[in-house]
Ligand binder design. Structure first.
Ligand code: PRX
Length: 649
């Protein structure tokens, strides 16, 4: 018997769920194991509207560069819009709630018109054509979704940069993708006050930039600087556009978007997703993991700047014809009852958020859920980081009234959609446990040394042993990095397999629990942050000689950033001021999301004789743990005691 409590699915919910019990789950998974291509080919035919049918299901001849549904032609914006117009044209596609409570209900018919106009604007006024890269640096407003779908409609590749990134981070991403256009807004509203985005874009576009045009959507109508010949106004141009725009005929494997994410080097990777496989899995996971029904309203609180926002605010819900909620504001403003008020008012059925948000909502408003009618909810989701049992318990009992399933969805930017998750009508859940692979996903925890599946009760590397449709297709402009980042660490039966970068274990019942990154990537509030990226930023401060950054458990954020800094000068007059200045550099180079929670000035770092920083030791010190590692191989072992004393006294 398992030691962790098990929560059975709500029998009422299971009755109408798409996957009703574990027998049905195993039957599906066995079908995929027995004939992988029949499994996926069948769903691709059933779920997608093809302009031309595909010839092959999966081509692995150039593995790890794989191709799905070759020969097939389709358009992702048509999947999300056009095919719904006959049956649900007047249904709300996007339910937008602004920061100040302003509401817009955009039907599929209206979405079609808005996206077509936007697509015509991109083509006619900005000269965007198929294959061009378009950077989107936008607040959470409907125009961000229109921009994505308009790019998809004309075959342009969008690359969304989260609005919290700084101008330097934006510039790097523009340059790496050699983007032609930026779509932005003057700014938006946060806690009822206007904030700005356009100045960040202005600072990111230098003289030799690849950017030719900047499209500015007017949201808060604050004054912005205008660069003649480069900047164009959305309001001025959109009104004269035709609302008819033929969808470009795209190959199944034409790129849909790039999304930059942190890895273990200083430079973010442009993760590439292509058309058919991505949209198929976005739709199928909406159906299987959230079990969204025709009349349901689905709310994912992510920002469109992250993969969760791509797949579960825009592409997934719209591909299946659901109503998706988009929220501009802050979930704890004006108080921690805001999301529950929204659930009540919009009768939201599935609510999907990050453990960080759950911890904050719990802390700031433990009893708030009681003040609202949350009876519309039937599935609660979490994503982005491991959820701790107390947060899980509160979410389950107080928000879900002990009747909603909690789907702890494990996945990554690179996987495009969920890969390991409970299924709400089928899986008996254990708190804070991602449970089992979603049907069709061949995920296993492998021993990195032998490539063999580890036994129950053991831990290893979370791997995916067969390509799946929404798998990353490449790192933009860097084939080698794609291979070495994902296919270099684990070999099974003589063949490299996809390694997620995460450690995991099977419990005594074979349930999967994700234990966190095995590489130098930390997870701050559910956002991936490369330690090398933060270190590169800190090194730009002129008084920094050396730096090492590690993650440290943080009550709300999951992990916080802890920096060990060796200064060039022997001493500083005001340590607090110097730390502030260093954080200031991080803010300029990356953005506020990468600010250090703690920083210590040390005289040296623990390094091996070959100069490698022993981060494991620094992680232990940051956590206040005793040092058990062998430090005799260090260049200067005494440094460990010195640092430890400084940090832990
Ligand atoms: O470490 C895992 C963690 O988030 C990483 C992926 O981050 P990103 O690409 O930014 O995508 C986040 C949203 C999908 C993973 O490598 N992670 C994600 N979901 C979970 C998780 N860790 C534990 N449990 C999860 N449910």
């Amino acid at each position: 018997m398992s030691k962790k409590p098990i929560f059975q699915p709500n029998p009422e919910f299971s009755k109408t769920a798409r996957i009703k019990n574990m027998d049905e789950y195993y039957a599906l998974q066995n079908k995929a194991i027995e004939d992988y291509e029949v499994f996926w080919g069948g769903y691709a035919k059933e779920k997608l509207d093809w302009m031309e049918p595909f010839d092959t299901v999966l081509d692995e001849s150039k593995f790890p560069f794989v191709q799905w549904f070759n020969g097939g032609k389709l358009n992702v914006s048509s999947q999300c819009i056009d095919r719904h117009l006959d049956t649900r044209g007047e249904k709300t596609a996007i339910l937008f709630e602004g920061d100040r409570g302003d509401i817009q209900k955009i039907t599929y018919n209206a979405l079609s018109k808005n996206v077509n106009k936007f697509a015509n604007l991109l083509k006619e006024d900005l000269g965007v054509t198929k294959g061009d890269r378009v950077v989107i640096y936008m607040p959470m407003i409907p125009e961000a979704a229109y921009a994505m779908l308009a790019c998809a409609r004309i075959g342009a590749i969008h690359s969304i940069v989260f609005g919290g990134f700084s101008s330097e981070a934006l510039k790097d991403r523009i340059e790496d993708a050699q983007a032609k256009v930026v779509i932005t807004a003057d700014g938006a509203f946060r806690k009822t006050k206007p904030y700005m985005l356009k100045p960040v874009v202005d600072a990111a576009i230098t003289k030799d930039s690849s950017i030719e045009k900047v499209l500015v959507v007017e949201r808060n109508n604050e004054e912005v600087t205008w660069v003649e010949g480069r900047d164009v106004s959305y309001t001025a141009l959109i009104k004269n556009k035709s609302d008819i725009c033929e969808a470009e005929v795209m190959d199944a494997e034409d790129p849909l978007f790039l999304l930059y994410t942190s890895g273990s080097t200083g430079k973010p990777k442009g993760v590439q997703h292509n058309s058919a496989g991505y949209i198929l899995w976005a739709q199928m996971t909406m159906e299987w993991v959230f079990d969204v029904k025709e009349e349901d309203t689905f709310w994912c609180t992510a920002d469109v700047g992250w993969i969760t926002g791509h797949t579960y605010i825009v592409y997934g819900p719209l591909a299946m014809g659901a109503t998706t909620v988009m929220f501009e504001g802050v979930i704890t403003y004006p108080d921690a009852g805001r999301p529950w008020k929204m659930v009540q008012e919009h009768k939201i059925n599935q609510f999907y958020t990050a453990p960080t948000a759950i911890r904050v909502l719990h802390k700031m408003g433990e009893n708030e859920p009681k003040n609202y009618d949350l009876s519309s909810l039937n599935v609660l989701g979490t994503v982005g980081e491991p959820i701790d049992p107390p947060a899980w318990k509160w979410y389950y009992e107080q928000v879900g009234n002990s009747t909603c399933a909690i789907v702890d969805t494990y996945w990554q930017t690179e996987t495009g959609g969920h890969i390991i998750s409970p299924l709400p009508g089928a899986t008996p859940i254990k708190p804070a446990c991602a449970t089992f692979p979603v049907p069709g996903i061949m995920a296993e925890i492998l021993d990195p040394k032998t490539g063999k599946k580890v036994a129950n009760g053991e831990s290893g590397y979370m791997c995916i042993t067969r390509p799946w449709p929404s798998m990353i297709r490449g790192v933009w402009g860097d084939e080698e990095r794609f291979i070495t980042s994902y296919f270099g660490d684990v070999v099974k039966d003589g063949k490299p397999v996809y390694f997620t970068g995460d450690g995991a274990n099977y419990d005594e019942d074979g349930y999967i629990t994700i234990t966190g990154r095995t590489d130098d990537v930390i997870n701050v509030s559910g956002h991936r942050m490369g330690t090398a990226e933060v270190e590169a930023a800190i090194k730009k401060h002129n008084n920094v000689a050396e730096v090492a950054v590690v993650g440290k458990p943080h009550a709300l954020k999951g992990e916080g950033i802890f920096a060990y800094v060796v200064l060039k000068s022997d001493s500083v007059e005001d340590e607090a001021l110097e730390k502030k200045a260093i954080n200031g550099v991080i803010k300029t180079e990356i953005g506020s999301i990468a600010l250090c929670d703690a920083m210590v000035f040390v005289s040296g770092l623990p390094k091996t004789r070959s100069g490698k920083i022993m981060r494991r030791i620094l992680r232990s010190i940051a956590k206040g743990e005793a040092i058990t590692q062998d430090i005799s191989t260090l260049e200067d072992p005494s440094v460990v005691a010195q640092i430890s004393k400084m940090v832990n006294g």
